[in-house]
Design a protein around this ligand. Structure first.
Ligand SMILES: [Zn+2]
Length: 99
């Protein structure tokens, strides 16, 4: 489980930030590279490291009370699968029907 922004980037995880207000529920994909440029690669990428950094502009504009955001992490399933199967080849045996 990655713990820093650099880990998250290396693992190619997709991190979405979601507004926690039930009237709003906006979500967007985080730009990890941009976060690293602002916070440094060693900044934590766990919930509590990031939650205070984000607020919802839509809720603020609409005068709704500020709810904490929450995060959704999606592993790089395709990349993990590719790595897992790199050395694997299926066998193929052609059996000719006996005449
Ligand atoms: Zn919102």
């Amino acid at each position: 489980m990655p713990h820093t922004l650099a880990d998250t980037l290396a693992e190619n995880e997709s991190v979405y930030v979601n507004c926690g207000h039930p009237m709003c529920c906006k979500s967007t994909k985080l730009d990890i590279q941009a976060l690293i440029e602002r916070l440094g690669p060693d900044h934590g990428s766990m919930h509590w490291d990031l939650v205070r950094l984000f607020g919802c502009a839509d809720c603020k504009a609409a005068g709704r009370d500020r709810r904490p955001v929450f995060f959704t992490c999606i592993p790089d399933y395709e990349g993990l699968n590719r790595a897992r199967n790199r050395e694997w080849k299926p066998t193929f045996e052609s059996t000719k029907p006996e005449a």
